[in-house]
Structures are given as C-alpha cells and as structure tokens.
Design a protein around this ligand. Sequence first.
Ligand SMILES: O=c1[nH]cnc2c1ncn2[C@H]1C[C@H](O)[C@@H](CO)O1
Ligand SMILES: [Zn+2]
Length: 375
Amino acid sequence: MTSQSTANIPTPDQIRRAPKVLLHDHLDGGLRPGTIVDIARETGYDRLPESDPDKLGLWFREAADSGSLERYLETFSHTVAVMQTRDALVRVARECAEDLAEDGVVYAEVRYAPEQHLEGGLSLEEVVEAVNEGFREGEQLARESGHRIRVGALLTAMRHAARALEIAELANRYRDLPGGGVVGFDIAGAEAGFPPTRHLDAFEYLKRENNHFTIHAGEAFGLPSIWQALQWCGADRLGHGVRIIDDIEVADDGSVRLGRLAAYVRDKRIPLELCPSSNLQTGAAASYAEHPIGLLRRLHFRATVNTDNRLMSGTSMSREFEHLVDAFGYTLDDMQWFSVNAMKSAFIPFDERLAMINDVVKPGYAELKSEWLFQ
Ligand SMILES: O=c1[nH]cnc2c1ncn2[C@H]1C[C@H](O)[C@@H](CO)O1
Ligand SMILES: [Zn+2]
C-alpha cells in the first residue's frame, strides 16, 4: 500500500500532468530543432552548424554549456536568423504554445525582442501581430488535443541596444487585446556593462502608463544590478535575481541573516524568476543541489521555477521540476507552492490570476494528491 508521504513525492508522469505556471521563457530560446531546420531550408539560411534535427538540438545544448552568459547568448544568432518572416514567427509561436501545453503548463508569459526580427522587412507591429496570432492558434490546437493553456507575450528590449522606449511604447499599444496580447515588458542580453538604468526612460514611461515590467538582473552580475532594477527602475519582478543569495548569510548553526536588499526583496514579495538549468550553463550556479532556489524556498522568498531557454538547456517545465524533486525532495505541495507563487506574480489582472489559482492550479494539485488513495 502506498502511504501518503511517499505518494506526495511526484513521479515524472505526475510532474508532467501537474498544472504549471511559467513566467520566464524566451520564444527564440525554445524552437523545435526540426522547425529550425525546416525554416532554414525554406528561407535559404545556410549557416546552421548541423542539418540533422537531433544533432542540431545537441549542438545548442553543448554550445550553450559554456559557463559564460556572453557565449551562451551567441547561440541565439541561429534561432533569430530563422525568425524573420511572418510565417516563421506564427509557426514558432504556435508550436511554443502547443509544446508548453503538452508539458502541462496552464499559464505562460513568453518573451522575445521584436527589434531582432526586422531583417526580413517586417515592421515591429507585424512582428507582434504574427507572434500573437501564433499563440492564439497554439492555444486553440492545444484545446483540441485536450490541454488548456493561456499564453501572454512580454516584449523584450535588448540592453546593449537603444530601442527600449520604442519597444515599451509598442508593448503599451498591444495591451488589453481581446483573447490575450502583450502583458508586459522586459530587458535582456549581456548584463555586465549594460546596467538597467541605461533604459530608465522606458521604465519611467511604463510606470506612467501603469504597465508592468520585469528586468533580467542578478544573473551574470550581482547585487548592484538587482538594486538598480528595483530601486532605480521600479521592476515588478526580477528575471533570475538568483544572485540575491549574495546578500544572505547562513551561519554554521544554520541561522540566517538577510542584508537590506535581500530583506526588501522578501518583505515586498518581489517575484524571482529562477531558471535552474540555465544558471548551471552560464555558471551562475554549480549544481542543482547547490542552486540557491533551495534556500530561497525555505526562507519563503517569492520564488518561481522557469525554463529560460528550453532549446539551449534541453529542458521543459517538467524537467526543471524533476531536477528539483531529485535535488531537494520536493513534494506536490512544493510544486503547488511554486505554481501559486508564479500565478500570483503574473502580469494579467488580479481576478484572472485568482481564478487561475482557485479554479485551475489548486484543483489540479488536489486531484494529483488524492491519487494514492485509489491505487
Ligand atoms: O538568460 C538570459 N539572460 C539574458 N539574456 C537572455 C537570456 N536568455 C535569452 N536572452 C536574450 C537572447 C534573446 O535573443 C533575447 C530575447 O529573447 O534575450
Ligand atoms: Zn532569460
């Protein structure tokens, strides 16, 4: 007879079926290798390092496994290269929504940088409309195969470039669309040398518009980047934020002391969009077992679990949770805690977040948690 305590450690199948919430996933970091090969052939892009989809998938994982964020980011030149036409963007977005739904994700915010998709002659607006169309098609196809998912877009501006205000204005124009649209804004790219305050005009504009934004901060660079993102720029969430650990001291007797920034992040319930596998690849953490998510969860930070780049990390939401279950012995209750945290931190309206938590996430976990009774 299975007991409740062993049954509460989820099996891989339960992890996949559990309702999961994803806040940090890059559209150009999640393509299917076969799709990259197809589009490269159709559009005449001849610089792919491999033409066999399996080998190409492996190439991305290995190339991204460099220990440096800068080298990791170089792999995106190939995915961005095959995302320059309307058809390609619709397809990639559709498949993204389908893949997430198949993996048991019920709500996702997926980000991309419109300014990187203009080389084929599309306008910024055409890029956003193509991606939105793909997400809607993917949601519909997922429904037809028995999965429910909602996907919102986050528009990213590249931190080394100078188009943040323009992209923030774009994000604001595509808000509040019926059926879902652009739910917020982000900045990404190499962190060292490109502080978020370079883009203050964009953040101040979004605040005046009562809009939402997250900032990649505290990944390759430490506390100053997190501090700027919160106290100068006013970020609602931190993309990664994992280096907040540098402001937490754990003494030999297990007692914990938070510095002022870490205390602020916890007190204000600032969501941390943690991405364990990505951090291992860029050198921000040494192993799953040593990943700061273990301590941050114990200390009740508003921690969430995310994929970052499913292609480059060969991962999925289920894979991320499998690693965490192995490393920390997490149960279905822990998974629910992370999923509720993420849903609370989403950029959609409060009533919709609440309904997702009460009517989708919690009932999904209750169902899984009761399975042991009927075995
Ligand atoms: O983990 C990341 N840190 C900083 N930038 C990133 C990360 N993953 C992807 N990006 C960049 C590369 C993409 O081309 C861009 C937009 O999705 O965002
Ligand atoms: Zn990211």
